[in-house]
Design a protein around this ligand. Structure first.
Ligand SMILES: [Fe+2]
Length: 367
């Protein structure tokens, strides 16, 4: 065996198996996104030139496998061969960081015993966060961003049946798997009310609730990041904030908007954020994305509204300053975002490899 599949490495990390991950990409690529816990040696050019001394000075433990990583799994193969020649058990990550985009892990949000259970399903290779919420025998999913089977298996392992699937908005940086998951699980598909998508769904409007015997989800329309953006409040205690509010930032209002439209959306975002800030300070906020690779640590990414209020200074600006500052801090647009939006509006999930289309980190927050 000279290579390792993403799923196998994902399993090793989840089981905390000893492994050294050696990333041989450029410093710039490594800084953009990496595998949590990996070590980095910028050996890309030397390896491509087949310099036999490319990894000569790199000290690695001999008592555990070394997984070499590059962009798409070719240069890492050269690295693995060089390390094997040194007697190490080296494996090249198949498909490299592009394939790693689909790697995921989970963390359960600690909640009172009598509440629904919330499992954060994190696409560590890209930063998308989705949620499996279960109570009794029933489960809901919010913002499915991974193969539907991942959610079906997780739900089954908890004795839950997925009955409803929700999206917080029409996503621009990953392909929504919600429609496909709803089909596979025989669930109802709920999307915020809008005229953008061209497939059947049940529209969710501000204040709509979806209740079962043991949980209640309430929709809060929070336009700004997109016009239809909606947050979901679970049992008046947890807020699934999509790309509207993050632990240290707020959503970007500019995608597919001209200057005037972006200004209008930033203004709407200001009002939406203040609507959220009116919720109890102890409300737990669970965002739709994170800007850094998610460790395999089982620790959920969650903040209280009070913590976010203290952390995100822009929330305290006047409306005019908020709009001005938001528009001044727009990050680069995500790669392929227009194609991704069109596919999400069409409800299409191409059967081919999606990772090339979805390449790059999430950039739905202002920086
Ligand atoms: Fe988004």
């Amino acid at each position: 065996m000279t290579s390792i599949a993403v799923d196998t490495l994902r399993g090793w990390l989840e089981e905390q198996q000893p492994v050294t991950i050696l990333d041989v990409r450029s410093t710039q690529d490594y800084a953009e996104w990496c595998i949590p816990g990996s070590i980095h040696v910028d050996a890309y050019d030397a390896l491509k030139a087949h310099d036999p001394a490319a990894l000569a000075g790199v000290e690695l433990p001999a008592d555990q496998p070394v997984v070499t990583v590059c962009g798409v799994g070719r240069t890492s193969q050269i690295a693995a061969e060089q390390l094997q020649a040194r007697g190490l058990r080296a494996l090249s990550l198949e498909g490299g960081m592009q394939a790693w985009s689909l790697a995921w892990n989970t963390a359960e949000v600690p909640l009172h015993e009598n509440m629904a259970r919330v499992i954060q399903v994190r696409r560590t290779g890209k930063g998308c966060l989705s949620y499996l919420i279960g109570a009794g025998e029933e489960a809901l999913v919010i913002d499915a961003c991974l193969n539907p089977q991942v959610y079906l298996d997780l739900a089954k392992s908890q004795g839950w049946q997925i009955t409803s699937v929700f999206d917080t908005h029409i996503h621009a940086d990953h392909l929504s798997r919600s429609r496909r998951l709803a089909e596979h699980s025989g669930s109802m598909l709920f999307l915020p009310e809008q005229q953008r998508v061209s497939f059947p769904f049940t529209a969710i409007r501000d204040g709509n609730t979806r209740a079962s015997t043991s949980m209640m989800l309430t929709a809060l329309h929070t336009p700004g990041h997109t016009a239809e953006s909606t947050c979901y409040l679970l049992d008046n205690a947890l807020l699934f904030s999509g790309d509207t509010l993050f632990p240290t930032s707020v959503g970007r209002p500019d995608l597919e908007a001209n200057e005037e439209q972006a200004r209008g959306r930033a203004t709407a975002l200001y009002h939406s954020l203040h609507k959220l800030l009116a919720l109890p300070a102890e409300t737990l906020v669970l965002p739709g994305h994170t800007g850094t690779p998610v460790p395999f640590d089982g620790v959920p990414i969650v903040s209280t509204l009070a913590e976010i209020d203290a952390q995100v200074g822009i929330l305290h600006a006047t409306r005019a300053t908020f709009v001005q500052m938001t528009l001044a801090r727009i990050p680069p647009t995500p790669p392929n975002y227009q194609r991704i939006i069109r596919l999400n509006e069409a409800g299409m999930l191409p059967d081919s490899d999606l990772t090339e289309l979805e390449a790059g980190a999430n950039r739905c927050a202002i920086s």
